[in-house]
Structure formats: C-alpha cells, structure tokens
Design a protein around this ligand. Structure first.
Ligand code: IMP
Ligand code: MG
Length: 178
C-alpha cells in the first residue's frame, strides 16, 4: 500500500498518561467491582488492554463487534452487530470501552441494545471524542481526549484496516477518501 503522510496528534506517552488517570478515576467510581469492560472490536482493543491494567478494581472483559463504517472515512449510517457478548450483563456494572465517538450512531445504537439487557449500570469510556461531528446524542462518562474534526489512525484506529498498530495517534493527511 502507498503510505499517506501522518502527523502525530497524541504521542504514546500522552495516551498512556491519560489512561492512567482514567483508570484511577474508574477505580474511585467503582470501588466494589467487578466492572464489566465491554470493548467494541476492533478499534478499542489496545485501549481496553491498557485501561484494564490501569485499573486496580476487579474487571471482567468481553467483546462486542459492531460495524457502522465501510472502507472509507465516513459512516455508511448503517449499524450492525457482527459479534455478540459471550456473557450475560444482567445486573452488572457495565462500562462500554470505545476508541472514538464520532457521529454517535454506533454508541447510540449499542447503548439501546445493551440497556435492554438490564445491567445495573451502563456507562461509556471513550479514548477520543470528536464532539463537532455528533449526529445522535451520546452521553460519554469518561473521555480521554477531545479532538478536532480530523481523521485519525493508530492505537487501534484504522483506515481501511491499516495503521491500527501505530503506538501514537496520528492525523491521516492527504486526499479525503470514502
Ligand atoms: P460513529 O458511529 O460515527 O460515532 O463512529 C464510531 C466509529 O467510527 C469508531 O468506533 C471508529 O471505528 C470509527 N471512526 C470514527 N472516526 C474515526 C477516525 O477519525 N479514525 C478512524 N476511525 C474512526
Ligand atoms: Mg470502532
């Protein structure tokens, strides 16, 4: 593939420092545990791994697959569940772990689906938030960083499945695709 120019927006060190703060905040809010961390595949996988280790309270991990994007940079507007949870969340304290909140379409849908399963509590932790892009309302309890309306890759975030394994979060520059 041809490498598009990348500009570092958040360095690996900045990301890790912020995740330590989020972990401490979650520990204070859920002193009892267990907290069910539900990560949205695939983008949130590195965030989940680092956040879970930044928390001292008891955490359980599960994964949900949801897709609202095609191969381009803009949402298709269509949301579908591609993989369901392995465990019941009824009566559980659930924290949905997401890489980025953009239009809000994905999380708005997911919160509705998970809410019907009667968890004791249901909140969202998102590493990145692009508030200017919101089309659907989403209440995000914990936000790592608010970022401007630019397309970012790295630390789990992809463009057409590339760049997920960068340690930094970078702006993907060049011509707008998709
Ligand atoms: P939403 O439904 O528009 O809020 O989209 C959320 C999903 O879109 C995220 O989980 C990402 O997978 C993807 N997404 C949104 N913005 C970006 C971006 O800047 N880079 C990479 N993926 C993004
Ligand atoms: Mg995602």
């Amino acid at each position: 593939m041809t490498q598009a120019p990348l500009r570092v927006l958040l360095s690996a060190e900045q990301i890790q420092a912020r995740i330590r703060e989020l972990g401490a905040q979650i520990d204070r809010d859920y002193p009892e545990g267990p907290v069910y961390l539900v990560a949205i595949l695939k983008g949130a996988c590195f965030f989940l791994a680092d956040l879970a280790r930044a928390m001292k309270c008891q955490a359980r991990l599960d994964f949900i697959g949801i897709s609202s994007y095609g191969k381009g940079k803009t949402s298709s507007g269509e949301v579908k569940l591609t993989k369901d949870l392995d465990t019941s969340i009824e009566g559980a304290d659930v924290l949905v772990v997401e890489d980025i909140v953009d239009s809000g379409v994905t999380l708005n849908y997911l919160m509705h689906v998970l809410g019907q399963r009667r968890p004791r509590s249901l909140r969202i932790v998102a590493l990145l938030d692009k508030p200017d892009r919101r089309l659907r309302p989403v209440e995000v309890a914990y936000v790592g960083f608010q970022i401007p309306d630019e397309f970012v890759v790295g630390y789990g975030l992809d463009y057409a499945e590339d760049y997920r394994n960068l340690s930094d979060i970078c702006v993907l520059e060049g011509p707008k695709a998709g």
